[in-house]
Design a protein around this ligand. Sequence first.
Ligand code: GLU
Length: 305
Amino acid sequence: MKATLDRIVATSRTYTQNGTLANYIPELAKANPNALAICICDHTGNCTQAGDFNTAFTIQSVSKIVTLLYAFEAYGEDVFSRIGVEQTADAFNSIIKLETRNHGKPLNPLINAGAIATIAYIAEHEGKGTFRKLSTFLRKMAQNESIHVNQDVYASEKRTGDINRALAYFQKGVSSFSAPVEIVLDTYFQMCSLEVHVKDLARIAQVLANNGVLIESGERLFSEKTAMMTKSIMTTCGMYDSSGHFAVTVGIPSKSGVGGGILSVVPGQYGIGTLGPALDEKGNSAAGIELLSQLSNELHLSIFR
Ligand code: GLU
């Protein structure tokens, strides 16, 4: 596996030139655009890494998976009273469908409006402790107690997050949620600013691949049903408005973030984390997608095979 990963990192490296760093959150523009890394954890818990796996990055929208898992596990299908499961075909931070479709009910939990709605839903039940609970759950999945908020990115998000504020206040304005907006936004910004490595993403993904059970301890963190619903939504909505193309070319349930990370789940087999901060026009890691595409073709990982 190590030789395979080293080789595909080398052959994918030029694709880092095909993207640009996210700069609408100024702090993200400080990343190294040429970084490229992968970690893959198998069903025995053994993890193999290649490339720049020591590079830290913020988890960004990949955290939406953890928020969703927590909400499903704690509150079951009632979560669907507040968020849908349909693709938008719009950008991740678009507001348009909040007004034109299902008034005030976001189409899915993996776009910004939907993740904010999911956090609001959790906060209505759990109040101010929401970030602590979500981040504790994330650290547990990653089995890494040292994961923390990158304060510079958090401050940068908070300073420039007016579109997210608009999404939250619109929902509050049409009575879609009752939690205090600034607490909801703060929780969202902090979740996005958690600093991780590819191994953390791979470990989180491995718990999903293993349908909710931590391999090392045998502890169940969430139910099979929670895992199944989350993987389904990752397949249809996880790669922004190119989820359909990604399903066709890679075929692995995944979620990307504008920090350049992608978390991918090969059910029953692998948890995969990749990093490539240079993003394509949809906001997905350009070289990360190439890595996953090569890996999927070579190891026959598409779930549609
Ligand atoms: N913090 C980012 C934002 O809200 C997350 C977006 C993403 O990774 O897709 O804009």
